[in-house]
Design a protein around this ligand. Structure first.
Ligand code: ATP
Ligand code: MG
Length: 663
């Protein structure tokens, strides 16, 4: 239970809706001139030369944007560059001895690994040489099915060096998911790992990789295996399987000239996280993507070469691609990698790492922040977190209560928080405050970044009034955007453009990108993301965002996390069903239930009153940590559960089902 003084402070924070960035931050920020919004608008699309200028080009580009064939936009056309050279070679002279990657394994008794830029450069070259010798050529897709080991970013950069696009498959995904992705990409090469540590135990990964390989329909010519577990796992090796360490040793000292890639050449393929259904193979390019991740890393994450920047995401997701690997390394900073979970061996592991490495930024997800909040502030309180200068969040809407907890208990009220809205498809951040320029409003991501034309529209595509719920759209292309869905231009148009575009037109003004998120905007142009379009409820003719109701519930004292879905209702059309996790030390009783109902009525109105409140120890989450509301909706409606295989915790849905039936 919080102490009295704490309660007072919370009350003060609870009422505060606007937070100015601390002066100490603004005075050192990479971007602090408010005129950037205006100049970018006036100079669009040439404004994006600023992003391209953060990179070294072998051949300078002819045109910033070629929009002659929408929605197949091309950026920095005619330009040539190499991503690996931009992330490594160009830093060697000045920063060769500085740490590029600080890697922390999960076991606490294991020595952490530091790769200086020189060391990273050396190993990337050696592995690039090995790949080449194996026969990997330019444009061959290499699948990387690996956990958070340093060999993952090394393999990514080695692929980039020889112009072979990588397709990283998150290690937590099933054998089936691996096979599907290798088949879809026609990928003939796999780099994988014997296993990794999870909550103190070695987790065998190689057998799963082999099972996946059995499902690949074409011939796989080579499989490379990183040995992470040593004696803890005597992993099986197939005929065309080679140990990573042997390959690198064979190529000791080898140097591979970085291949000069066209700006529009594919850098990688990445499948979306699968929250809403069938994963999509998103294609990102070398020039546009790399300049976007570098520019946003600089402007939003405020990354400087001397920082020790810590993003706790997995590299298997786009967040890790853009903001552990490509963005930070392009800027020549030190980027951290942590193998394990934040609660092993204790619930203060992340804070221990932040303290030990004096991390300057922390970028994480609402699901993690809500877990920290549930565990309690005593864990961060045990550590000196004063090295932190900026905090970030991505992946889901963050409730104001969780935002304020993060702000107070991790940031000590002296770090700006960036709530960054973006997607696998956008390549990098799109809507968020520039931390050195804009005030923050908890619960709202903020205005679109300079040069990003995001608008909230109604079903007809017309801009809505401030305060009204509508759909988030992006009206102009941007360099980091996906170029297509792999081998499927038609689905690319269907999924992202058809809704609001005149698809017969070749005028770019007639093309609008639709991310399928609901949102609203306020008088200051701040955007609040309300959740997936499919998640918006319709109660007695009123459209309610899941995020608004969930925030109201989480605002109730003792509630840590909530998910709201619409259940069929005879009278109302849909009724609000709430699934609630309480903070440690609070009861799950009638009194709590009443306070929750009251909290929603006070914050939104009787219309949003939950029909049913179900307490649960966990919510069904995707492997990337997003709440899977689709399944909770099936539970509410007593329907058969659809596919639960992409869940991190499939057992929890059954548990909830039983509870609902008992209620
Ligand atoms: P799939 O597209 O396969 O269903 P996914 O959409 O979960 O999977 P991602 O690209 O990882 O895959 O997630 C992007 C989505 O995450 C956004 O469309 C949005 O719904 C949500 N999101 C990300 N950041 C934020 C944020 N800061 N605020 C609100 N929502 C966010
Ligand atoms: Mg999506």
């Amino acid at each position: 239970m919080p102490e009295e003084q704490d309660v007072e402070l919370e009350a003060r924070l609870e009422d505060q809706e606007r937070f100015a960035p601390p002066e100490s931050f603004v005075s050192q920020a990479n971007v602090s001139d408010p005129s950037v919004y205006e100049t970018f608008e006036e100079e669009w699309p040439e404004c994006w030369e600023q992003a391209a200028d953060l990179l070294d080009w072998n051949e300078s580009y002819d045109e910033v944007l070629d929009d002659s064939n929408p929605p197949f936009y091309e950026w920095f056309t005619g330009g040539e560059l190499n991503a690996s050279a931009n992330c490594l070679d160009r830093h060697l002279d000045e920063r060769g001895d500085e740490a590029a990657i600080e890697w922390v394994g999960e076991p606490t008794d294991e020595e952490n690994r530091t790769y200086t830029y020189e060391e990273l450069h050396r190993e990337v070259n050696e592995f690039a040489a090995a790949l080449r010798e194996m026969g990997v050529g330019e444009d061959d897709i290499v699948t990387l099915y690996m956990p958070m080991v340093p060999e993952l970013p090394i393999a990514m950069l080695a692929c980039a060096r020889i112009g072979a696009p990588h397709s990283v498959v998150f290690a937590g995904f099933s054998a089936d998911a691996l096979a599907t992705r290798m088949n879809a990409a026609d990928s003939e090469y796999l780099v994988t790992c014997d296993g990794y540590y999870r909550r103190g135990d070695p987790l065998e990964h190689k057998a799963k990789a082999d099972e996946g390989l059995a499902g690949v329909e074409h011939e796989v010519s080579d499989v490379v295996v990183v040995d992470r577990l040593g004696d803890d796992y005597d992993h099986p090796m197939g005929e065309n399987h080679t140990a990573y360490a042997d390959l690198v040793e064979e190529q000791a000292g080898a140097e591979v000239d970085p291949v000069s890639r066209d700006a529009e050449d594919m850098l990688f393929l990445m499948y979306t996280s699968g929250t809403t259904g069938e994963p999509k193979g998103v294609k990102h390019t070398t020039g546009g993507y790399l300049s976007w991740s570098a520019w946003t890393s600089r402007a939003v994450l405020d990354i400087k070469p001397d920082d020790t920047y810590f993003c706790s995401a997995d590299i298997g997701w786009i967040t890790g691609h853009s903001y552990i690997v490509y963005g930070p390394l392009a800027l020549g900073t030190t980027t951290m990698m942590y193998e394990g979970t934040p609660d092993y061996p204790e619930k203060d592991r992340l804070w221990e790492i932040v303290e030990e490495y004096e991390a300057t930024q922390l970028y994480t997800a609402p699901t993690a922040i809500r877990a920290f909040m549930k565990w309690g502030s005593e864990y961060p309180d045990q550590h000196d977190l004063s090295s932190l200068r900026l905090l970030g969040t991505v992946g889901e809407p963050i409730n104001p209560k969780a935002w304020k907890w993060y702000y107070k208990h991790i940031g000590d009220e002296s770090c700006p928080i960036i709530d960054t809205w973006w997607q696998t498809e956008t390549g990098g951040m799109m809507v968020t405050t520039l931390p050195g320029v804009k005030d923050m409003k908890p619960g709202s991501a903020g205005p679109p970044l300079p040069g990003v034309d995001a608008q909230i529209v109604n079903a007809q595509g017309d801009e809505v009034e401030p305060g009204e719920a509508g759909y988030l759209t992006v009206q102009k292309p941007w360099p980091g955007m996906l170029r297509t869905l792999y081998n499927n231009d038609e689905r690319y148009i269907d999924e992202y453009w058809a809704e609001y575009s005149d698809t017969d037109s070749d005028d770019p003004d007639d093309w609008v990108y639709f991310p399928e998120d609901g949102a609203k905007i306020d008088e200051d142009g701040y955007i609040t993301v309300l959740g997936r379009v499919d998640d918006v409820l319709n109660v007695s003719g009123h459209r309610l965002g899941t995020m608004e109701i969930e925030s109201a519930i989480v605002g109730v004292e003792g509630v840590a996390e909530a998910a709201v879905v619409g259940g069929d209702h005879e009278m109302k059309g849909e009724a609000v069903y709430a699934y609630v996790i309480t903070e440690d030390g609070y009861g799950e009783d009638e009194e709590m239930r009443d306070r929750i109902v009251e909290g929603v009525e006070d914050a939104i109105g009787p219309i949003a009153r939950p029909e049913q409140v179900v307490f649960t120890p966990e919510l069904p989450k995707t492997r990337s940590g997003k709440i899977m509301r689709r399944l909770l909706e099936d539970v509410a409606n007593g329907e058969d559960l659809g596919d639960t295989s992409t869940l991190r915790n499939p057992e929890v849905v059954r548990e909830i089902e039983t509870k609902v039936a008992d209620d």
